[in-house]
Design a protein around this ligand. Sequence first.
Ligand code: HEM
Length: 743
Amino acid sequence: MTNLPPHQIQALLPSTIDTYRSWMTSAGKSPLVQVLSDGSTRLLWQKTGGIKVLLFFHGGGYVMPLSPGHLDWMAYITDKASDAGIQLDICLLEYDLAPNNPYPKQMKQAILALKHLLNTGYNPNDRFSADVLSKTIVRKWGDYLVNHSPWQQEIAEGNGWGMALDVPEMWWDGLDAVDQIMVTAGQEEVFRDHVLQLVGVFRRRSRAKVEWLVPVAEAHDGPLMDFSAKRSPSATTDRIANLRLLIVFVVLFRLREQIKPPHKKRGKNGKKYRFPPGPSGYPIIGNLLQLGQARDDVDHKFQLDLRDYGEMATIHLGSKTWVFLNSSRVVTELIAKRGSITNGRSAYPVASDIVSRKGRSLVLPPAQWAVKRRIMHHLLSGSALKQYAEFQELESTQMLAEYIYKPKHWYQNHYRYANSVVNRIALGEQFHMSAHNFANTQRLVAEFTRAITGNIIDWFPMLAELPIALQFWRPYWEQIAQFHYDIYRSWWDPVKKKIDEGTAPPSFARDGLLSPDAKFSGDEQEAMYVTMQLVEARSDTTGEALNCFVMSTLAYPDKYQKLREEIERVCGKDAERLPGLTDMEHIPYVHAYAKELLRWRPIFVSTPDHMLTQDMEFEGYSFPAGTCFAINGVAWLNGKEMDITHGLWQFGGGRRICDGYKLAQRSLFLNIARLAYCFDYAPTGPYDSRHVNYDTTGEPIPALPKVRSEAYAKLIMDEAEKLEVLEMAQQEYEEVESWRPEY
Ligand code: HEM
């Protein structure tokens, strides 16, 4: 090494990417390379599906490429972490080598890599290793080591480096974004004393627990050399890998503080926050029991009673504080007008990190959510919607014909419609509603909903910081996550294969996510989750809303009659023509009916939380960052149900508003108008209008539709024939495997 100049060393050794690829292949793993926003810097991953990541900057004086020893070393650390119950991903930076790429290019690439991880939602305190870094360091490195180093001129000329000890000691002040720093050097290390000096700086200037390790017989790069020479790991490696006890200690310490919900915490300078009143609860768990009982209450008494506290009511839920918004005025003020600071989501370690593998945007924090949201929004708004009108009318016509051929399966006809429309958009093809697919979709939705609302861990998210071995809930939810992943894969892989082979039709997956021109920077698994979340979100919601519509026709025949008259006013009294999307502005009563349906029998009694991302004062109250606002879905329209001009639907609001709401509104309009125009419904047994069974794969309400007359049947059949969907409408559904949640 000392005899060869850098160019010759680099010519002799395989490049970083080649070493990585061949190591991964020989280890039987698939290489995963991610290009960063500068278009060239790459991250090389060893993924285990973990939620913690070790960002590794390999050594070599910016001259040597990555070696297999580095990769063996990291694999060893991953194994040890796994033994300690921590699933750890390794992320290696492939930095450009000097002298062709002089310093500070490598420093800038390191900053870019770290920023990328922070932006994709990794938390600095989730990471462990001697390479633990923080936002503070990113900022300071950018600002100082690169720009204010005493060797700036040499750096600019390509001859110098940014040295940690070269900055004034004060520069390290306020290094408090991490709890632990571990510094290692060998006793035989040339820089031993300098490293020790840096430890002194850290101890004086940061609030972190600083650990210093100097194994007696180790030299510079000892740990790496052990792996290169296939010797037993060094004391340093063993110490790095043996963090379990320390982690338990740190977590317990943090738990004590973090278990407090935001409304019980004090701000800077001991400032007390001021929250709206709300029902009293128990110590620690707060109102969790009441909320749990409210879930099965078809009258929604708990949510309705919250109006007694005024426009806002505060609920204490474990270590979260939710403020329910009971009027459209405060919803507009807080969720719409202040949307830029109320667009967060609180942590959902089970529903998001485990069950959704951080892939469902609905439960992602803003940093990870924003890019996915942008892409979905593009797909589901503007001129794209007009294009989808054709799919909607075609699928709706098939559904009407199915109503005639398969009236007993009226609810399955709803789901098939909803599935097919979004499938055509997202995957480019009609969905094959096999019995298996139908049961699986229902199950995914029910399990995900239960993960968001019905697991205690997500109300105390800091519990997820315990070592995995102590997380007794994990195996149960991981099993569910695996099931979801397998189902998603079974739907996604055939489409992906066609995309790879160049035979896939245009679709969101092909053009919006996987095409080289797409603005999506996630990997293939993320693309799968974004697409499948859409496919999953569409069927249950739109299908269930149509099921509620059927219930409303039984419970309020007079309103149903009025609805029909409004439609006949525009489409004629005697089966003249089917209503279409172009009738939307002429029959506002259909919108009013749909809107009231969603309030009357809400699919979501409240929205998910809209978490405040910074402290906020509002009308005499003061809320700390972390406060969660939720729209009280049953309370806020009171008295305005039929007033369609209020513009309020059950689609949430602000920047997190349902991404599919325009598509859903159009689907609800089209199908409600057409069904009311052509069909009557009659009960086939006793029913309770408050109880629409959302979870079942069977009939949710005992009801049977009947076409109004021969003339209406003919109108439907003629239209179905014209659109060539008659044959498909006749196909019988397979027997659906019965599935009911076990809880
Ligand atoms: C009656 C039908 C529907 C209802 C009642 C409904 C309701 C909701 C609600 C309440 C939210 C959360 C909003 C918030 O946090 O403020 C949401 C989110 C979402 N919905 Fe819908 N939805 C419906 C149909 C659809 C359809 C048809 C699609 C897809 C085509 C869809 C895709 C989504 C997505 C992707 C999100 C997450 C958005 C994000 O992460 O930013 N929804 N929906």
